[in-house]
Design a protein around this ligand. Sequence first.
Ligand code: IMP
Ligand code: MG
Length: 199
Amino acid sequence: MVLTTTPFSPSDKTAADGGASIEPFITEEELQSRVGELAYEIAQDYRNLGVTPERPLHLLGVLKGVVPFISDLMRAIPTDLPVSVDFLAITPYGPDTRRTGGVRVIKDLDEPITGRHVLLVEDIVDTGLTLGYIMKLLRSRQPASLRVCTLLDRASVRLLDVRLAYIGFEIPDQFVVGYGLDYGELYRNLPYIGVMRNA
Ligand code: IMP
Ligand code: MG
């Protein structure tokens, strides 16, 4: 079946967001191709780390923004690499969800991670404060290994030094939506990433 998508044109305006517009930034094709590269790199690395069906690569997604990315990433990992998945959710901070501090776990992981090879998967790392909080929590549970994979990295605004093992794209300091990322819970369903103008 051939599916076609109709991206917003840069001039599209909606009442729901007070007239903001979205300029396409990373296309669906670019996303899928980069996700494939990351999955290949991850599979190569974890084959060497002794991942087995008894001790699979344990992907942890931070809800909700990561849903499209982790879904594509896990399906792009070659099937000979055993993978399991779990999710945690933290508080959204407010309508624009950026740099307002204060993070709280609202849904913890279903399973313990002690002794497991954990790969934390994030949609975007901005100041790094959210990630810093989550990493501290995960480290205290003593996984066998703990690395971070983020689709987007806005390194220019980093406040906390966090090591990112796998990075999809480094992006400039502009607010982005789509492919899981939201503005006031909207736009998560765009299949591409766009830059928000006049938000
Ligand atoms: P940090 O704690 O500053 O690194 O913020 C990370 C969180 O802020 C992400 O998980 C997103 O939920 C949100 N965020 C940061 N930048 C953007 C953006 O450009 N668009 C949508 N959400 C963002
Ligand atoms: Mg997030």
